[in-house]
Design a protein around this ligand. Structure first.
Ligand code: SIN
Length: 400
């Protein structure tokens, strides 16, 4: 944390996100070290009695070995430390491939680790622009015992195939398509505030980002108007400029893909409440956008937008809405806003999603198990669960 400003400015330089988000990311990244340094002494095994009563069963959790980590550009620091901290706490060595878009933060973190006494060779950062060849070589090494990846489901599938040849342990944090559900009885101001966090944090380039806003008919117009006003007020620009809360997208392909999803939604009957355009200036800027009256089956509801676009889908029937919300191969995050706690819990439990924010737009927390169901991933990061991902389980049969 004493390097927060330096690291934040490195993140904004290579990623583009607003400085306020970069500072937040450094704090988030650092918290994984604090949490896992405390967890290091809580790696519990067990001693159990065999059913016959004749002997004890000892179970403990040694480190898995060398872990290959492939990390994404959207969180240049935190998506490294969320893996690295528990892996080290469990006793492993690591080789990290940072993304080609944001290698500098990764290298600086490695340098800082070295300065605080992490032994040479334990944490290795190897940037490359030849990701495929790098990965094939890394998983072919005899010492490699695990692959931990955060990124798209498409790339995750390829990495899983590569890991299969050597039957490596895997942890995968993959894509999302989060529903954000607002019932008639919700506190609308809180819902809009939650929506802005769930949609827009870190320039809307997060896999937990709210991707489809299912809003009950009675408040759909009001919510759309309020969200439209909040999105229209977003200051877009250079992440270093004062007051900016939305930076550029990562590359030209990103704004093309966002633009294509918006055009398709409009062709399928959606209205543009605000935004819907790129900025007329150099850089890959896409305006904060709200689409109204989106059909529940519109193509934009089936894709991970990874940009500042909020499609609002009005609904009348809760069962039907839940069916639409679950009608995706993704199952990472979801959000529910209602003043009826019983209904909130019931709907949360019916959503096929690894994480649910109930009247909250912020769900990421180093003390909570982050991860998805279905094709959104395998395993969990953070919490007590996170450290066990980087462990083996060994059972020792005793004769006493
Ligand atoms: C991600 O987008 O991959 C992670 C988001 C988070 O940790 O909040």
């Amino acid at each position: 944390m004493s390097h927060q400003e330096e690291l934040a400015s490195l993140i904004t330089t290579e990623h583009g996100k607003p400085l306020i988000d970069s500072r937040g990311e450094v704090a988030y990244a650092a918290e994984f070290f604090r949490w896992n340094s405390e967890e290091a002494v809580r790696l519990r095994g067990s001693v159990g009695l065999a059913p016959s009563g004749a002997n004890q069963i000892l179970v403990h959790h040694p480190p898995v070995g060398v872990v290959v980590m492939v990390t994404p550009w959207n969180f240049p620091a935190a998506m490294i430390t969320r893996k690295l901290a528990p892996a080290l706490a469990a006793g492993n060595g690591v080789v990290i491939k940072p993304p080609k878009e944001t290698p500098l933060t990764a290298l600086r973190i490695a340098e800082l680790l070295s300065e605080v006494g992490v032994p040479d060779g334990l944490v290795n950062v190897v940037p490359t622009t030849s990701a495929g060849a790098w990965y094939d070589a890394a998983v072919a090494q005899k010492a490699t015992r695990m692959v931990s990846f955060t990124g798209s489901t498409e790339v995750g599938r390829t990495l899983l195939k590569g890991a299969a040849d050597r039957v490596l342990k895997v942890a995968m944090e993959l894509g999302g398509n989060a529903p954000f559900i607002v019932f008639n009885d919700a506190d609308l101001e809180a819902a809009v505030e939650g929506a802005m966090v769930a949609k827009m944090r870190h320039s809307a380039e997060t896999c937990t980002a709210a991707n489809r806003f299912f809003v009950e008919r009675g408040v759909a117009d009001q919510f759309t108007e309020m969200l439209g006003a909040a999105m229209a007020a977003v200051k877009i620009g250079d992440g270093f400029d004062d007051g900016v809360t939305l930076g550029p997208m990562v590359n030209p392909a990103a704004i093309e893909s966002i633009g294509a999803l918006v055009s398709a939604a409009v062709d399928e009957g959606a209205s543009v409440v605000t935004g819907g355009t790129t900025l007329d200036r150099p850089g890959y800027f896409y305006n904060a956008t709200v689409l109204g009256n989106v059909q529940p089956t519109a193509s934009i509801t089936q894709e991970e937008i990874f940009g500042p676009v909020a499609p609002v889908v009005p609904f009348d029937d809760t069962d039907q809405m839940i069916a639409h919300a679950n009608n995706t191969e993704m199952g990472l995050a979801a959000y529910v806003f209602t003043e009826d706690l019983g209904r909130g819990l019931n709907v949360a439990q019916r959503l096929e999603s690894g994480m649910v924010g109930l009247n909250r737009g912020a769900i990421s927390d180093p003390a909570a198990p982050f991860g998805g169901m279905k094709q959104s991933g395998l395993g969990r990061e953070g919490a007590s669960e996170g450290i066990y991902e980087f462990c083996e389980t060994q059972y020792i049969a005793t004769s006493w």
